[in-house]
Ligand binder design. Structure first.
Ligand code: WT7
Length: 653
């Protein structure tokens, strides 16, 4: 081990720096240029995308109270599908665009070339038109991880329709709420969705979601499993049947840079998920550029991001970023532990993956299964390892580095959010010396600041700790909350004026490296997925036996954070293990399996102030099994409830 490694600093090797798009000098120079003159910098880098009508303006953004307005390349026009598909046909029509790896390891993988992708997307787009979808209409995609999910996204982009993907793990109710919220005309789904050897009846879920009040919403169904499904006559259509009657030709629609490309619902600190709106031009430039630099992607590389297209990671780094760059992108239908804990590594070996991108929760789960699952496979093609979704603990980082990367592959710990469109804090493989657990330094154009949480004062010393805000806009930034611009301003620009507030706590060390310390709002991070505690609470109180509930996060070995629910039952209802199961099932069906509480504690009362506000700080401490320092409880209406909660706590370390 070199000296710097023992000091916890992992610099790129000379060879890594030499082959990279950016070594340290290049990064420093480009970063400085991006801050000194954003118009010049992004004006130049906007050219990585093909424009129908080139832009003459670059940046036009305001974080000023009352007039939050974000526009990039506003007078340019383009088409995202043309950029992700058509423009590659000349030079790489026969190159694989998508490698699809199915759930069953014994089933054959598919290799879809750019030429084939073009044909699929054009047909799919014509089917959507045939179903009455046109520019600006919303289309909900509720699909397994199959190539048709990517075709659906690109087909929407091709005709200027706005897609809103709902993760296939969400329940019918959650799906219906999102269809309703964005006013979708069509839902695209499949008959069934195999995952980890089990099949979810997706079409059934759609039927339930659309059971009342949705008589106008059509459904387009991809045949994946061939299982029996119930049909809504006159409203449901098979993709393969529709495709028989449409032409191959579908010219891409001219779309303005600021027209929305997609809406993606994400959790916040209130009960209602927010529809995060991303633009067409700026988003594509940012997704493509971060994909190239963060992963040091080169022509011919095989790139694999293990996320689901239901999350922003799948949008930016399975589909839009890689395909805009003419990459070969792997799409995986299954889970890391099926048929066994070696699946990721088997797929890496089989497809000779060069850049591998996953979440700390998966790394921890696989680390727990032992090294033999990794050591069986030849991973010598891996050049870069990425992580995303939550802070990675040094133990998992080291395992990823030593056992998976054999110390040869730089780790890029990428910090970003659904709202940011792409990476904001990240190492670059040939440029940045990494430190386990730190997302290191800003990407080009990003100005992170640390504010004192209560006063909002900017902390200017290099070493500082507080809340993380961003000082100025970048092209991939979300533009608004769907249908509620006011909420956009309230959520991200009201607490700290003139800054974008990320919701994360952060420490900057003496080298200027950033260390995310976790959310400072009522959002918890479960297996890298964002969960609003308020959402779980409203699901719980919707149950007839529940009077009140408070949900907090607690440290969980694999998931990062687990969901801890305090539940007060209705008068006369007796707590029981069956009731606990019933509530778990209830939350699964209200939101989805990812929202199921890990621990439910029966709470005769919740700690409240005299004005009735639940003191979550206390509940968090008890859930963390750290009740020695509860702080001031004197303002509680009834301090005795705290003793009962401590006495009966569920998480005993
Ligand atoms: C929140 C955003 C955007 C990708 C997936 C999650 C946390 C994300 C990191 C990281 C520490 C991270 C933050 C952030 N987060 N990446 N590398 N290190 N924390 O997207 O659901 O919008 O959640 O995930 O808390 O605010 P998301």
């Amino acid at each position: 081990m070199s000296q710097s490694e023992t000091a916890g600093l992992y610099p790129p090797t000379a060879e890594q720096a030499a082959r990279a798009h950016a070594d340290k000098e290049t990064y420093d120079a480009m970063y400085a240029a991006s801050i000194a003159d954003p118009d010049a910098f992004w004006g130049e880098h906007g050219k990585r995308v093909d424009w129908i009508k080139p832009y003459s303006k670059v940046k036009n953004t305001s974080f000023a109270p009352g007039s939050i307005d974000i526009k990039w390349y506003e007078d340019g026009t383009l088409n995202v599908a043309a950029n992700c598909v058509d423009r590659h046909l000349k030079d790489r029509g026969n190159q694989t665009a998508i490698i699809w790896e199915p759930d069953e390891a014994s089933d054959e993988a598919q290799h879809i070339t750019y030429q084939q992708l073009h044909a699929h997307v054009c047909k799919f787009a014509n089917v959507l038109k045939e179903m009455g979808v046109s520019k600006g209409d919303r289309v909900v995609i509720y699909m397994p991880m199959i190539p048709q999910a990517a075709y659906a996204m690109l087909a929407c982009a091709r005709i200027g329709a706005i897609h809103s993907i709902v993760f296939a793990g969400f329940s019918p109710d959650a799906l219906g709420a999102r269809v309703n919220a964005c006013g979708a005309k069509v839902v695209i789904t499949s008959d069934g969705a195999p995952r980890g050897g089990r099949v979810t009846n997706l079409k059934d879920n759609v039927n339930q979601a659309l059971r009342d009040d949705f008589n106008e919403v059509k459904c387009l169904v991809v045949k994946r499993t061939g299982q029996q499904i119930a049909w809504r006559d006159g409203l449901d259509f098979w993709l393969h049947e529709m495709e028989e009657n449409v032409s191959n030709d579908c010219p891409p629609e001219e779309v303005a840079a600021e027209d929305p490309l997609f809406v993606l619902y994400t959790s916040g600190s209130t009960g209602q998920p927010k529809g995060v709106v991303h633009s067409t031009g700026g988003y594509l430039v940012y997704a493509a550029m971060t994909h190239q630099y963060t992963f040091d992607y080169h022509d011919g590389d095989i790139f694999w991001c293990t996320a689901d297209v239901g999350w922003v990671t799948g949008h930016s780094y399975i589909v839009y970023g890689p395909l805009a760059n003419g990459a070969t992108t792997v799409m995986f239908e299954g889970v890391p532990t099926y048929p066994d804990a070696g699946r990721f590594w088997a797929v890496c070996e089989k497809h000779k993956v060069n850049q591998f991108y996953t979440a700390p929760t998966a790394i921890r789960a696989l680390m727990g299964q032992g090294n033999s699952f990794v050591e069986k496979y030849d991973l010598s093609d891996i050049k870069v390892l990425g992580t995303v979704g939550e802070p990675i603990n040094p133990e998992a980082w080291n395992w990823y580095n030593d056992v998976v990367g054999k110390g040869r592959a730089p780790i890029v710990d990428t910090w970003w959010q659904t709202e940011t469109g792409g990476h904001l804090l990240t190492p670059l493989p040939g440029a940045t010396a990494t430190k386990p657990g730190s997302a290191t330094l800003p990407f080009f154009g990003i100005q992170p600041v640390i504010l004192e949480p209560t006063t909002g004062a900017e902390l200017t010393d290099t070493a500082a700790e507080g809340v993380l805000c961003i000082k100025d806009s970048w092209p991939g930034q979300m533009r608004t909350v769907w249908g509620d611009h006011d909420r956009f301003e309230k959520t991200y620009f009201a607490d700290y004026k003139n800054y974008y507030f990320t919701g994360d706590g952060c420490r900057r060390d003496e080298d200027g490296y950033y260390w995310i310390t976790g959310r400072v709002d009522d959002v918890i991070n479960v297996s890298g997925h964002r969960m609003g505690t308020a959402e779980v609470e409203s699901a719980l109180v919707a149950h007839s036996k529940v009077a009140e509930s408070a949900v907090v996060g607690y440290p969980h070995e694999i998931k990062g954070q687990g969901i801890y629910a305090y539940v007060t039952l209705m008068n006369g209802v007796e707590p029981s293990d069956e009731l606990r199961k019933e509530l778990e099932t209830w939350v699964r069906s209200e939101i989805g399996p990812i929202a199921k509480p890990d621990l439910i504690q029966w709470a005769p009362g919740l700690p409240k102030t005299r004005s009735g506000k639940i003191m979550r700080r206390i509940l968090r401490k008890i859930a963390e099994d750290d009740f020695g320092s509860l702080g001031d409880t004197s303002t509680l209406a009834d301090p005795s409830v705290v003793e009962d909660l401590i006495e009966n706590r569920m998480n005993r370390g």
